[in-house]
Design a protein. Structure first.
Length: 145
């Protein structure tokens, strides 16, 4: 059994399948349950997408990142990440503060997978939906600080 969802990767214009772990699927199901309970509905509420790529989503659709009936904008999602990570200090080896954003998490995932877990770079490229292995190599290279 595998778990997946469909989304439009950055730089593309059509849906692609993203494979996820059972644990990640359980977290997604928890968010869905909480959204349905909060809104007293049987399905995830549909909202209009408000991000830069809203032209791909002209109609209201079920969306996980929403609050009070509106899709959250990227800045709100970044703020949510910072709230979840409050109290944790992230800095470079030289002590410079690091702001955690979703794009940085992609780099962290690729670096961990390739450098520490020895996952083949082709597999990491597939997981990140990157067609160019040079991009994946850049994402997975340790960053000097």
């Amino acid at each position: 059994m595998h778990f997946s969802f469909k989304a439009i990767p950055k730089g593309r214009d059509s849906l692609e399948e993203f494979y996820i772990s059972k644990q990640t699927m359980e977290h997604i199901q928890t968010v869905a349950r909480l959204l349905k309970e909060h809104n007293a509905v049987e399905k995830i509420p549909s909202v209009l997408y408000r991000g830069d790529r809203k032209h791909f989503f002209p109609k209201a659709m079920p969306y996980y990142f929403q609050y009070e009936g509106r899709a959250m904008k990227p800045d709100a999602i970044y703020s949510s990440i910072r709230i979840l990570l409050r109290g944790l200090v992230f800095e470079t080896q030289s002590g410079k503060p690091v702001t955690i954003k979703t794009h940085l998490l992609r780099h962290a995932f690729a670096t961990e997978a390739v450098q520490r877990q020895n996952v083949n770079i082709d597999i990491v490229a597939k997981l990140l939906h990157q067609r160019d292995l040079n991009v994946t190599a850049y994402y997975s290279a340790p960053t000097p600080s």
